[in-house]
Write a protein that binds this ligand. Structure first.
Ligand SMILES: Nc1ncnc2c1ncn2[C@@H]1O[C@H](COP(=O)(O)OP(=O)(O)OP(=O)(O)O)[C@@H](O)[C@H]1O
Ligand SMILES: [Mg+2]
Length: 172
């Protein structure tokens, strides 16, 4: 697709953690996690529309997995099915597939708009998260945290709320 036809939200999406503007608190946590990747917890990003949740998750995956990020990242978003079959078919299959490249610490599963998942799907997901903790890290993204029923203090160590960036700070 010619670059002139790419939607601006993709064209200007930050590609590296260092390109994310502001969000000092969350970036501080992310940068310290990156120094000790094997200890990285599962993550839950929340915040209103457009604050950079998806961008932060994708940047994190690229930063950790480098050239392997496409092969070892599963990104599911709002256009995908949200029920238990999606969890069984896609998440379970991806989390279980073997052949972990020795250069990467784990596979990354990004579930965008996870608050739209059904309760059954969240229950199934919780089981998968527990079973595959050694080889997968999950990044859940939600606008509405109260609709996430699977997060327990043990399974998600960081709940980061990205904040709205005042327009002027983007121009600095
Ligand atoms: N911290 C940031 N630094 C630089 N650009 C940003 C930042 N946050 C958002 N943007 C810009 O806004 C666009 C939308 O960001 P993104 O899709 O990550 O938001 P989101 O929180 O996932 O929104 P939604 O809830 O609608 O999915 C990005 O393509 C990027 O251009
Ligand atoms: Mg998003």
């Amino acid at each position: 697709m010619p670059s002139s036809n790419v939607m601006w939200v993709e064209k200007y999406r930050p590609q590296k953690i260092s390109e994310l503007v502001n969000q000092k608190e969350i970036l501080g946590s992310i940068n310290s996690m990156l120094k000790n990747q094997s200890e990285m917890p599962h993550l839950l990003f929340s915040g209103s529309a457009g604050v950079g949740k998806t961008s932060a998750a994708l940047c994190l995956s690229k930063e950790i997995l480098g050239e392997h990020s496409k092969d070892y990242t599963l990104e599911l978003n709002a256009s995908d099915e949200r029920g238990i079959n999606m969890v069984r078919e896609r998440v379970k299959k991806f989390s279980r597939f073997a052949g972990l490249d020795t250069e990467i610490p784990f596979k990354i599963i990004i579930l965008d708009e996870a608050d739209e998942m059904t309760t059954d799907a969240q229950t199934a997901l919780r089981r998968i998260i527990e079973d595959t903790a050694k080889i997968c890290r999950f990044i859940l993204i939600a606008n509405n945290l109260s609709k996430i029923s699977l997060s327990t203090p043990n399974s998600f160590a960081i709940i980061a709320t990205l904040i709205h960036i005042p327009f002027l700070s983007c121009l600095q």
